[in-house]
Design a protein around this ligand. Structure first.
Ligand code: DGL
Length: 265
């Protein structure tokens, strides 16, 4: 048993899609979510900057006495996870490993075509393709950078004409794929529009769902369950921003006035 909270971070609203999945599968866990809105976007920053920022986020969450840390961000996972794991003596889980594990266990045919859509930083790191091919032989991976989507998600532009057109453009290279990994945690906000552009039998993978399943097993296997009857969660933002509150409230279907506070990093 470990009654401390789970710590999570992302550059902004994206990780809330992961928080939502964790709350569904692990309703008894306490969570401290750090949204680094002051330094959004992560996707266009250099690897060195992402490592430094991620390091600061991990130190901040450790100072809040969390029991483990979830990197609810594809950009930070792909560029800093391996380094952070060596530097800190706390379990750190990113979004790539749980999804790759799921794919490994769910390959349905020879030479599956797997699409990955993510930020520029994530695609340039090549981590998704590398990790998938380490685990699954004989797959084709099609990568696409989508630098506009996270910014549109932060603006709440997730279902207007601009979003429709942008998604149409980004989906052009994914017409014939078997699975599409939403490699940035902001992208599940566009899932409805993405669905419309793909073949019916293309599976869309929300990394938050896979991470929550992986986390549930991890917590059970390592006996880290919270056994107090409280499941409160807190959202700490490096820059308070009303847009964030609006979108997060819509996603979590809850009034967040008492849950959102300023984080001093
Ligand atoms: N949600 C993040 C990711 O998964 C970050 C997007 C950004 O800040 O550019 O990559």
């Amino acid at each position: 048993m470990d009654n401390r909270a789970i710590g999570m971070f992302d550059s902004g609203i994206g990780g809330i899609t992961v928080l939502k999945e964790i709350k569904k599968l692990l309703p008894n866990e306490k969570i401290i979510y750090l949204g680094d809105t002051k330094r959004f976007p992560y996707g266009s920053k250099s690897k060195e900057t992402i490592i430094e920022i991620s390091r600061q986020c991990v130190k901040f969450l450790i100072s809040k006495n969390v029991k483990l840390i979830i990197i609810a961000c594809g950009t930070a996972t792909s560029q800093s996870l391996d380094i952070l794991k060596k530097e800190f003596n706390i379990p750190i889980i990113g979004i790539i490993e749980p999804t790759v594990k799921y794919i490994k266990d769910n390959i349905n045919k020879e030479k599956e075509k797997i699409g990955v859509i993510a930020t520029s930083g994530t695609i340039k790191s090549g981590q998704w393709e590398k990790k998938i091919k380490e685990e699954v032989k004989n797959v084709q991976v099609i990568n696409e950078e989508a630098p506009l989507l996270a910014t549109m998600a932060e603006q709440g532009w997730i279902s207007n004409k601009v979003a429709e057109y942008t998604i149409k453009e980004y989906m052009k290279c994914f017409k014939n794929i078997d699975k599409l990994i939403l490699g940035c945690t902001h992208y599940p906000l566009f899932e409805k529009l993405i669905r419309k552009e793909l073949k019916n039998n293309t599976e869309i993978i929300n990394t938050g769902t896979k991470l929550a399943e992986f986390l549930r097993r991890y917590i059970e296997d390592n006996d880290l369950q919270n056994n107090e009857k409280t499941n409160e969660y807190k959202i700490l933002l490096t820059d308070l921003d009303n847009n964030f509150n609006k979108i997060a409230e819509r996603l979590l279907e809850e009034n967040l006035t008492t849950k959102i506070e300023k984080a001093e990093i």
